[in-house]
Design a protein around this ligand. Structure first.
Ligand code: ASP
Length: 348
């Protein structure tokens, strides 16, 4: 009798998981969606040459992730391949080219999640890891934990054979200048209280964002998501944003969708952006676009801005943002690659 109850208990305990993370089914429209950060992207400052560089890097990331999916590889591997290209490019605020904190140091955050198992991994505040998203996956697969931070994350990385990269690898002159400007504006703001000129507000906002992320759907019908960032320019030492917070910056569930977010992390944490989108699909039957818009509206109401990429298990895509632009793109089987920056970009 005891065994009957405990066996029943075990089965009942398992049922929600089985229902929640629905089994994968083969799909015909495998592919991936990426972002390279949302924020103030001004047409006057983004010269045609610079814009071409961004587009080329986004295209390279899409192709790297797509190649994994096309040969039948898992969604998470495609996410890692795409995010690594963006982390290695100094153009984006992740890996090399990350923004500097108030002490002039790059502190990197990243997370990943798999939609079939609901497995997740994250690292925060690391200084010597070339590709933090890879370490996030190792945390998920080999640490027995979901999130490791700072020294502890790097100690774990050493046990996994990671090379410790000198901290100055991540820094660029462009980011140093941004930090100086942000500190100047901070002083102006302190003296003028809320009375910043519109161009000063614009500059302050420009120093935020630039995170990278990817959501992918593989041939087996499994979803995955990953996000990587240097956070916000002039952030306090030890500040952690939404990117490594599972359910805020990243989420994936085969029963709903995969999400990667970019934007003002404090607001994205407070509104649990990535999980909120998934929950709306699960409990209210909303589409990826309806859910993404409703969640970003909540972020906007609190005063935050940014964007999300969302992909469901049927290949439906949303790339929504309430900021003036978002580097973004997707590539799906049988369709040409799509890359866009501004809100008025032609639809795919
Ligand atoms: N969400 C990131 C953070 O707050 C910044 C970004 O998306 O660029 O750390």
């Amino acid at each position: 009798m005891n065994c009957l109850f405990s066996c029943l208990g075990l089965i009942v305990g398992l049922v929600p998981n089985l229902v929640f993370a629905s089994p994968s089914a083969p799909v015909r429209n495998y592919g991936l969606v990426i972002h390279g950060g949302a924020g103030v992207i001004s047409r006057s400052e983004l010269t045609p040459e610079r814009e071409a560089e961004y587009r080329a890097r986004l295209a390279e990331a899409l192709d790297a992730g797509y190649a994994v999916l096309d040969r039948g590889g898992p969604a998470l591997e495609a996410v890692i391949a795409a995010v690594n290209i963006l982390e290695d490019s100094p153009l984006f605020n992740a890996g090399k080219g990350s923004v500097l904190n108030a002490d002039g140091i790059c502190e990197l955050d990243a997370s990943v999640m798999e939609g079939r198992t609901l497995g997740a991994g994250a690292v925060a505040g690391v200084h010597h890891i070339k590709n933090p998203v890879n370490l996030a996956r190792d945390v998920m697969e080999h640490s027995g934990h979901v999130m490791l931070i700072g020294e502890g994350a790097e100690q774990f990385a050493r046990t996994r054979g990671y090379e410790m990269i000198p901290a100055d690898y991540f820094q660029t002159e462009h980011r140093r200048q941004q930090l100086l400007k942000a500190k100047e504006l901070e002083k102006v703001k302190a003296t003028k209280s809320a009375l910043l000129q519109p161009e000063e507000t614009y500059l302050l906002r420009q120093f935020k964002w630039g995170t990278v992320g990817c959501v992918a759907l593989d041939r087996a019908g499994d979803l995955a998501a990953g996000t990587s960032t240097g956070g916000m320019t002039n952030k306090k030492f030890g500040r952690i944003g939404d990117t490594p917070v599972v359910g805020a910056g990243t989420y994936a569930n085969n029963a709903t969708c995969a999400v990667s977010a970019t934007g003002w992390g404090e607001f994205f944490i407070r509104t649990s952006v990535a999980h909120d989108i998934s929950a709306q699909m699960e409990y209210a039957g909303r589409t990826v676009t309806e859910a993404a818009r409703a969640t970003l509206a909540k972020v906007g109401t609190l005063g935050g801005d940014g964007g999300v990429i969302v992909l469901d298990a049927r290949g439906n895509v949303a790339m929504e943002f309430n900021s003036p632009g978002m580097y973004r793109g997707h590539r799906f089987v049988g369709q040409s690659r799509y890359v866009a920056i501004y809100p008025d970009a032609p639809k795919p």
